[in-house]
Design a protein around this ligand. Structure first.
Ligand SMILES: *Cc1c(COP(=O)(O)O)cnc(C)c1O
Length: 359
């Protein structure tokens, strides 16, 4: 499919862009362009274009505003020392978008079209990809929503896919200082048979109240437990978890259908295996976590996701107490973070074939 290019008549002036890129924060500034592609049952995906970044014109009856039929992705573009620009495993994002689409009764999209769309936006706005110093990147947000104006109860028949992009500094400021985590005991984010394994906005809407509770308890993030026994560790609001044990092995919660399958998670499992470190995907209870850090069986805990890459966890707080076990990142946590970011920024050979050349 052809992607038409409609360049912006008023791009951000270079000196303003330079200011943005010097201190981008996260999700504050958006690039000059966006991708938009429409879907109807008659035409499939059509009218693909790169157009100036602008608000959507959305009918008040658009189904997404009422029933939340929406899915999204998160991925990054990195600038290498030679100036070239690369994305990380974009086909995995395309495949996951389609898995989310199936769960949310939305149309799938050809993986090649997804990659072409993200590439087209990055090429048009390539000046927005920061230099690699300070682990900056261009964060891409592909998303799809029900744009059909119709209040009936059925999957929408007009969907809009779009990609926007925002320059990003590291998600957690500070050089890998451990984050604190609140155990959500009242609220869960996903139930069996529900949408926990789909990357859909509603999962986040359901988790914000727990995030607020965590902040009131001076925590950076929240860990969700399974909704049935309130015992099994699932994940954070937007990151997966890893536990490094004192026998040198690593455990991560298994994918039970209520956990989002992170691409960072999958990459870390592959990395650990390539280093001959045993990784087990199994259930781990909140008691095993508490007892493990107390008796030394658990040496390191870290969270991972595209935005933060790797975030060490150093403190766990719940309504009845707290445990503090790390003031700095553990050795394996650092090694994993360095390996991933070195590959992403072109400082280490990409022996896994994870990078995709854009420009
Ligand atoms: C996106 C997301 C993750 C992390 O996935 P990555 O592909 O590694 O960025 C983890 N949990 C949830 C709930 C998410 O939405």
């Amino acid at each position: 499919m052809n992607i038409d290019i409609h360049p912006s008549p008023s791009p951000v002036p270079p000196h303003v862009l330079a200011d943005y890129l010097a201190d981008p924060g996260f999700g504050k500034y958006f690039t000059d362009h966006m991708v938009v592609i429409e879907w109807t049952p008659e035409s499939g995906w059509h009218s693909a274009r790169v157009q100036p970044y602008a608000p959507f014109v959305l009918d008040p009856a658009a189904a997404v505003l009422h029933y939340g039929q929406e899915i999204y992705e998160g991925m990054k573009a990195f600038r290498h020392p030679d100036g070239s620009v690369w994305t990380f495993r974009p086909r995995s994002n395309a495949a996951r978008l389609n898995a989310s689409a199936r769960r949310m009764a939305m149309p799938e999209m050809d993986e090649e079209l997804f990659v072409a769309a993200t590439d087209a936006l990055i090429r048009e706005d390539s000046d927005w990809v920061p230099s690699s110093s300070g682990h900056r990147s261009l964060y891409l947000r592909p998303f799809m929503f029900a744009s059909e104006p119709f209040l009936g109860m059925r999957p929408a028949r007009h969907l809009t896919f779009a990609v926007i992009a925002t320059p990003a500094a590291p998600y957690f400021p500070g050089d890998l200082s451990p984050v604190s985590i609140w155990v959500s005991e009242h609220f869960t984010r996903a139930g069996e048979g529900g949408t926990g394994a789909a990357k859909t906005g509603g999962n986040y809407a359901a988790s914000f109240i727990a995030q607020t509770e965590g902040q009131q308890n001076n925590c950076d993030q929240v860990v969700f437990l399974d909704s049935v026994q309130r015992r099994w560790v699932e994940e954070l609001g937007g990151m997966n978890l890893f536990f490094v044990l004192n026998d040198g092995s690593v455990v991560t919660p298994e994918l039970t259908g209520t956990i989002l399958e992170g691409i960072t998670r999958g990459s870390i499992i592959e990395l650990l295996k390539s280093w001959s470190i045993p990784v087990t995907e199994r259930r781990i209870s909140i008691d095993e976590w508490r007892e493990g850090v107390a008796n030394g069986r658990i040496q390191e805990v870290f969270a991972c996701g595209t935005a933060a890459v790797v975030a060490p966890v150093g403190r766990l707080v719940w309504s009845g107490g707290e445990l503090d076990w790390a003031t700095q990142a553990g050795e394996l946590t650092r090694k994993v973070r360095d390996a991933l970011t070195d590959i992403q920024y072109g400082h280490r050979e990409d022996s896994f074939g994870w990078l995709h050349h854009v420009k």
